[in-house]
Design a protein around this ligand. Sequence first.
Ligand SMILES: NC(=O)c1ccc[n+]([C@@H]2O[C@H](COP(=O)([O-])OP(=O)(O)OC[C@H]3O[C@@H](n4cnc5c(N)ncnc54)[C@H](OP(=O)(O)O)[C@@H]3O)[C@@H](O)[C@H]2O)c1
Length: 316
Amino acid sequence: MKAIIYDKSHKDLLKLQEVEKTAPKENEVLIKIHSVSVNAADVRSMKMGIIPKNKIFGSDIAGVVEAVGINVKKFFIGDEVVGDLSAHGFGGFAEYVTVVESALVLKPKSLSFETASAIPMSSVTALQALRNKGNIQPGQKVLICGAGGGVGTFAVQLAKHFQAEVTAVCGKSNVAIMKDLNVDHIINYNEKNFTQSNKQYDLILAVNGNYSLSDYKSALTSKGTVVIVGGSLSQLIKSIFFGKFVFPGNKKLRVLSAKPNHADLQFILNLVTAGRIRPIIDRSYSLEQTGEAVKYVMEGHAKGKVVINVAESTKL
Ligand SMILES: NC(=O)c1ccc[n+]([C@@H]2O[C@H](COP(=O)([O-])OP(=O)(O)OC[C@H]3O[C@@H](n4cnc5c(N)ncnc54)[C@H](OP(=O)(O)O)[C@@H]3O)[C@@H](O)[C@H]2O)c1
């Protein structure tokens, strides 16, 4: 099979190569991958030198079950599936992958493979940040910093779904998308810093960007919460080590470590199939162009998700 192998000596670090297709173990399925999306997790791991065992990145896949191990209970050959493989060694930038059945759910028939692959990690991260860490409530004022990327575009839609009043912080090129998603207020960070508005928020999601912890603290209401999802490494490190000293009172700082989860992915798929939220797909590439796709995400200004269409028959 063809796969994109991490190769330190290659100019893009990623190289298209012919590798052996593995057979599924007892509790695994073999999936023919139709589409896989690129995540900041691929990019960050690559930059930090955290390389998957088989040297193949790519976590969010949508494809068709081609073979099943003898102990597989949930899936049959021909089933269309979607899942996040990040807890199971990645392997999505390839024509085929073998993975434990517990990493997968059935893909709704109404969604194309391309659409389905844009969903798992970004949307579940946004959901766990807003609901689990942020305890989002109807009517709350919510600020999403870094609203334009994969996680951010899901976060603004989910916050609206939870009936919050949403303010999105994004660059100029994402303003139109935020308007299209019916965000209540938009702060273009090229023109204004959210800390200058003197507005206060019940919940802040720090998805991207680099602000001081005291900036977040001053923009919170007296019992507000900031959830650190991503952004600069220095922001993350300061949150982990100094967060409790900067936030000693009723204001809370929480750091998210999202975990792939069937129930959460199914919750999102139900919202997408009901037309309540939708993945925003910026660009799509072929498997051969994976290096370009990763480079584009690495530049840090993707508008929603970037997808790699592995099989020709991906679009319904
Ligand atoms: N905690 C967890 O468990 C977890 C899970 C998944 C992801 N993450 C992290 O979450 C972050 C976002 O992931 P992602 O998949 O959404 O990444 P992404 O798609 O690559 O995000 C790119 C977006 O970030 C925006 N951005 C860049 N600089 C910004 C700034 N200074 N202020 C505001 N927005 C800015 C860009 O929009 P503009 O062009 O508008 O600037 C772009 O749309 C990453 O740091 C990732 O590592 C954490």
